[in-house]
Design a protein around this ligand. Structure first.
Ligand code: HEC
Length: 141
């Protein structure tokens, strides 16, 4: 009996660890791929790691679409008003994992897969339905 439970638990954990979320799945609470508890987990991760650059409500830097003197763009909004909905889920995960052009830090090794998904869930919870629907359309390509 214990053995069976252990095997079940182990395979559940394995599935939970390597499970790539399906962007087309619809959670009952949110109508989107993520759960309300992922949004809750992501809120704290975002506050601790992302808000100083991307803004408390994901509004981005004031002049986010103007390159600075070195030709680098400031942190863009993540609230659905800028480009983030152009990027399918794997690309969002990759940008967060690897960072970008030396200006966006790499989070690999600091945040695990589950935390990165939670923080994506959190900033996507700001996206209006229209931006979210456009994002899903990008996935269909
Ligand atoms: C030190 C400032 C800084 C921090 C901290 C930071 N970012 Fe960024 N982020 C940036 C900059 C700058 C860019 C734009 C990079 C570019 O133009 O290539 C960016 C780009 C992005 C993008 C791509 C958006 C798009 O529209 O293309 C995502 C997604 C993102 N960041 C998520 C996050 C998340 C999630 C966190 C916290 C875990 C975070 N960032 C923390 C500076 C930061």
């Amino acid at each position: 009996m214990y053995k069976i439970c252990f095997v079940m638990l182990a395979s559940f954990m394995l599935a939970a660890c390597s499970d790539q979320p399906d962007p087309f799945s619809k959670n009952d609470q949110t109508g989107r791929w993520y759960t309300q508890s992922q949004v809750g987990e992501g809120r704290k991760i975002y506050r601790d790691n992302c808000s100083q650059c991307h803004g408390k409500r994901g509004q981005g830097a004031p002049q986010w679409n103007k390159p600075d003197a070195q030709g680098f763009y400031p942190p863009p909004p993540l609230n659905g008003t800028a480009h983030s909905w152009h990027h399918p889920l794997p690309m969002l995960q990759r940008t967060i994992n690897e960072g970008s052009r030396g200006r966006m830090p790499a989070w690999k090794g600091k945040l695990d897969e589950q935390q990165i998904n939670a923080v994506i869930a959190y900033f996507q919870s700001w996206w209006p339905d229209q931006a979210y629907d456009l994002w899903l359309k990008r996935h269909r390509r």
